[in-house]
Design a protein around this ligand. Structure first.
Ligand code: GCB
Length: 630
């Protein structure tokens, strides 16, 4: 019991004590005024396996090289640490793990601001440089950074130490609990497990790139771009925030727009906030709507006092009516997939080959839209969505908000903070057309009403571009109290899988009843954000049995019949669950993970992949409305 209290107190202390304060979070980009250095590679690594998970803090591991504290192992960054070794206790580890490495800062950077940025680490992170604490961050899947000038030396080697804790508590996002077993006949003293409320493996570690970069003393801190269309013209309204100026100082500013080939297409503006009109603009279109020219991107070139930052953006609008979703005022039907960042060795580690493969398979399947399922995806992945013309439903890590103690003020404050970080990072992406604040919360709890009223209104207030905001529900329309605040009704449904298993014949009755019920209650458009059946590739049975490839396709065909009836009415999208098999916690429902993929974890199609490909390519022809020539 004493151990239990110590661990919990320790975790709570660290979860409440720190926060990263920063305004802008522009992606690190080289320019004539900025240099980016990559600190990825093999780092030293050590898990704090002490019973209270706190010896590393008692012994102050950050004060010396990690290798001086005990045995270290090589660990790739970025990657999850879970599947790199064959050590089961590391795979399933809960608590603090430590990374360190040496680095140099070029002497010519002394006159610049030098920033250290971690693309994401799951979930709670503290960073020291040369033994001095630099920053902490609460939450995975989002970047954090800090200036390091006061803690680095420009003439000698430096050391960065990163401690990451993957413990999930009722107030983290996603939430979870630590459960201590007290029956000494069954468990050793101090035995505890992490209980998850989410259906994916609790991958942990430094998951995205670690960058060091420079910016001048006075710098471009943030850029917000909102676009509209007037006739043939693109109307680009931007706001630039500068950093580092003394109050009252006026910096020279020059803002221009470049096309995809680098030609300047606007006259320079000298204002931090302005509207620029681009005559005969090329609009950003999804690849299925304009296959010859998808994902057209412009660049806003901002120069504040000599600091140059190039922000990519696309010109497009999004709008939801009571029964349609419009991109550039043309109806768009989302035929897509949900996708997890999941690979057998790297876990959630950012992976360029997998990124490229996934976009190729999206095209092969005929996917025009995907859901960044249950957390925001890596920037490098999202760049491809922008550039190749894929529509993204962007989701926060707010999955598993299912217990009463996940709805308190600490949870809500943290959830808002996360939404703020996510919108700040991704607000200029044309691919993102909607924000999802949560997946399958207990929106039937009375307290969900105030929680989601507040959270959705707050999220709306963050986005100058006014994208629709919603959460995804698995509750019935008569039990839910929060969908009234969503702009679109988003439903996960598993008829003939989690209910009436094996009975695909009920789908044709149950799904329409549910769709009609939601429609009658809210008069809003509906997206089916999940439907799917676990399938072990290579298992066959005719007539079909659950878990066979035949069952998965029989199951999907029943849903497709219903979708076809409603897509001419108020159904604005269907997303198959899931793009590829992925790892989950070990569970009697899971055979080495969730097998609802239409592809395997190796990104090869099951029979359902071929079925979806056939359907989606035919939908491209029937739901894509002619894009007017500009
Ligand atoms: C859901 C969840 C998703 C799961 C899926 C399943 O409703 O949103 O995270 O993976 O069901 O397959 O059970």
């Amino acid at each position: 019991m004493a151990d239990k209290c110590r661990v919990l107190r320790f975790l709570v202390f660290f979860c409440l004590s720190y926060g990263v304060l920063s305004k802008g979070m522009l992606y690190p980009r080289d320019s004539e005024s900025r240099v980016v250095k990559n600190l990825d590679g093999i780092w030293n690594f050590r898990a704090d396996k002490s019973p209270g998970r706190n010896h590393s803090f008692v012994e102050q591991w950050w004060k010396q090289p990690l290798s001086a504290t005990g045995e270290v192992i090589p660990m790739p960054v970025p990657s999850s640490y879970n599947f790199i070794t064959t050590d089961k206790s590391l795979r399933d580890f809960v608590g603090w793990v430590w990374y360190d490495r040496d680095f140099y800062v070029p002497p010519e950077w002394q006159t610049e601001r030098v920033i250290l940025r971690i693309g994401s680490a799951n979930y709670y992170t503290t960073v020291w440089v040369n033994g001095l604490q630099l920053m902490s961050h609460d939450g995975g899947h989002l970047p954090f950074e800090s200036e390091v000038n006061s803690v680095v030396t420009f003439s000698m080697v430096n050391r960065v130490t990163v401690a990451v804790n993957n413990t999930l508590t009722p107030t983290t996002l996603p939430p979870g609990t630590i459960h201590f077993e007290t029956n000494t006949r069954k468990y050793p003293k101090g035995y505890f497990v992490q209980n998850l409320q989410m259906d994916h493996f609790n991958y942990a570690g430094i998951h995205r790139h670690v960058h060091m970069y420079t910016k001048p003393t006075v710098y471009v801190d943030d850029i917000t771009i909102v676009t509209t269309i007037q006739g043939q013209n693109g109307v680009v309204t931007y706001t630039v925030t500068e950093g580092g100026t003394a109050s009252g100082a006026v910096s020279p500013v020059e803002v221009t727009i470049e096309d995809r080939d680098g030609n300047t297409v606007s006259s320079p503006s000298t204002r931090l906030q302005d509207t620029i009109v681009i005559p005969d603009a090329r609009l950003w279109w999804p690849w299925t709507m304009k296959p010859d020219d998808p994902g057209y991107m412009y660049t806003l070139k901002v120069n504040v006092s000599g600091d140059v930052y190039r922000q990519p953006f696309g010109i497009r609008t999004v709008r939801v009516t009571d029964s349609q979703f419009l991109i550039n005022d043309i109806p768009f039907y989302c035929h897509g997939v949900g996708r997890h960042e999941d690979s057998e060795i790297r876990g959630k580690g950012m992976d360029y080959p997998l990124t490229a493969r996934d976009f190729n398979m999206f095209k092969w399947l005929g996917v025009n839209c995907f859901r960044s399922t249950v957390y925001p995806n890596a920037d490098e992945f999202m760049d491809q969505a922008d550039q190749q013309g894929f529509v993204v439903l962007q989701e926060s890590p707010g999955t598993g908000i299912t217990q009463h103690d996940n709805f308190g003020p600490i949870s809500l404050a943290h959830h808002k903070e996360v939404m703020g970080e996510m919108v700040r990072k991704d607000k200029n992406r044309p691919s993102i057309v909607m924000w999802f604040v949560a997946n399958e919360p207990s929106s039937n709890f009375p307290e969900a009403e105030d929680y989601f009223r507040d959270l959705i209104a707050y999220t709306r207030s963050l986005d100058a571009a006014g994208r629709p905001v919603a959460f995804i529900t698995d509750k019935d329309y008569d039990a839910d109290v929060a969908a009234q605040f969503s702009d679109v009704i988003c439903l996960n449904r598993y008829y003939s899988w989690y209910s009436d298993m094996g009975h695909t014949e009920v789908v044709g009755l149950q799904l329409p009843t549910e769709l009609e019920g939601w429609r009658a209650k809210h008069k809003k458009p509906v997206i089916i954000t999940e439907y799917g059946a676990d399938t072990i590739v290579g298992l066959h049975m005719e007539p079909s049995l659950t878990f066979t490839e035949e069952y998965q396709t029989d199951f999907m065909k029943e849903y497709h019949k219903v979708f076809d009836k409603y897509r001419s009415q108020f159904l604005i999208g269907e997303l198959s669950w899931v793009y590829a098999d992925f790892l989950t916690v070990q569970d009697i429902k899971r055979v080495v993970g969730n097998r609802k993929g239409v592809l395997t974890r190796h990104r090869q199609p099951k029979a359902s992949g071929h079925l979806l490909r056939q359907r989606y390519h035919s939908l491209i022809n029937t739901t894509t409305h002619a894009v007017p020539a500009l």
